[in-house]
Design a protein around this ligand. Structure first.
Ligand code: ATP
Ligand code: MG
Length: 367
């Protein structure tokens, strides 16, 4: 898969940019705070309709403006597609593929597949479970359309059930009404958990291998899905029983206490929880390997090579690791790699397109 061009309007500090002429290696350069990360984020948004650097979508709109719009051209298997996303303040993002409006986000997300290596994700191991669930959701949403639609539906039903829990706790509704929502939660929840278990299992093998190699056989990393109900045996039955067991507690707490929205992903390094027993450098290297594993999984599952977005993550790594990573990046179908000018990225990728960013103005030079 290849990103051919992108136009960005009123997105973050980018007022109006049109960039084209991308190659396999594309270097995004400029001084600090000029808009390099913002540029990568605009690509990522067209891929996932999401960003981890915002509280609300309004944050993505250039200060003082009332909308942002993004448009890109993607080529895969000889076919070219135009993807567009438009967001006006306080409204829903609307999207189009080849000029045609698409109402379901699940039909848009993953049209452009990306894997992002960025500083925000480096402390994923230590962050809250929400972030780790988000990470696996973003991966699976790009791989599988049903996953994203099941997940959206699950969240809609969850919020209905939570409203009902309030009413039941205040004796304004009969608790029997909860069973209708629970039945749907179980049906969708089991599908979500199954997809996650499968993905984690596949990532686990790859991650383990990559980490073993990079540490000279000293580090064994295990990824494990911590489900809020028992995953051995019949998932449906286990989920149903756990909901039943927690019924009174859920009413008292006015919250749904079991299901994929309560699950987590744990990293075990040499037998211990990496959250508490790993160094900064080890965490960085685990996350980089996790992202590489995600890249491989996406490629294998979809037959498409994702576009890789690399944001200034690897200059703190030691020389060996850096060289090794650069080799890996060099072998990928298309990368966009950002760094300040003094990082001298150009020497690593002799043939590249240079995307220079100064105060949100984007200039492209092919080399
Ligand atoms: P660094 O090398 O330090 O990582 P960068 O080039 O990656 O810098 P960005 O993170 O892209 O910098 O941010 C560039 C500028 O964009 C920041 O100064 C930030 O304040 C500004 N910015 C962020 N959101 C908006 C917005 N919605 N409207 C206008 N400017 C914004
Ligand atoms: Mg940056």
């Amino acid at each position: 898969m290849e990103l051919k061009s992108i136009s960005v309007k009123n997105f973050r500090n980018i007022k109006d940019a049109a960039a084209t002429g991308f190659k396999r290696a594309n270097i995004v350069t400029g001084g600090n705070a000029q808009g390099k990360t913002n540029f990568l984020e605009s690509i990522y948004y067209l891929s996932t309709l999401s960003s981890s650097r915002m509280k609300t979508l309004n944050d993505l709109v250039k200060t003082g403006e009332t909308y942002f719009s993004l448009r890109c051209k993607v080529e895969k298997g000889g076919l070219s597609k135009t993807l567009e996303a438009f967001y006006g303040l306080e409204k829903e993002t609307s999207v189009r593929i080849n000029e045609n409006p698409v109402s379901k986000k699940s039909e848009f997300i993953g049209e452009l597949k990306t894997v992002k290596f960025s500083p925000e994700d480096i402390d994923l191991i230590k962050r809250s479970p929400v972030e780790r669930r988000r990470n696996v959701n973003l991966l699976l949403s790009q791989i599988s359309r049903p996953y994203l639609s099941d997940l959206s539906r699950y969240h809609q039903i969850l919020s209905q059930k939570n409203k009902l829990l309030w009413q039941v706790s205040e004796q304004r509704a009969d608790k029997k009404m909860l069973y209708v929502w629970n039945a749907q939660l179980v049906e969708l929840g089991v599908k979500i958990v199954k997809a996650r278990l499968e993905a984690i299992e596949a990532l686990k093998e790859r991650l383990k291998e990559l980490q073993y190699k990079i540490s000279g056989g000293k580090e064994e990393i295990l990824l494990s899905y911590k489900c809020s109900f028992e995953v051995e045996g019949d998932l449906t039955k286990n989920f149903e029983e756990k909901i039943k067991a927690l019924e009174e507690k859920e009413i008292i707490r006015k919250a749904s206490l079991v299901g994929p929205h309560r699950d987590d992903i744990v990293f075990i390094l040499n037998g211990k929880d990496a959250k508490y027993f790993s160094s900064e450098g080890q965490q960085r290297s685990i996350i980089i390997n996790l992202k590489l594993a995600e890249y491989l999984l996406m490629k294998e599952k979809t037959g498409e090579e994702p576009v890789v977005l690399i944001d200034d993550i690897f200059f703190d790594l030691d020389e060996n690791r850096r060289t090794e990573l650069l080799e890996v990046f060099n072998g990928m179908a298309q990368i966009f790699i950002a760094g300040t000018e003094d990082k001298n990225l150009t020497k690593y990728f002799p043939e590249h397109t240079l995307i220079n960013i100064a105060e949100g103005t984007v200039t492209v030079n092919e080399k």
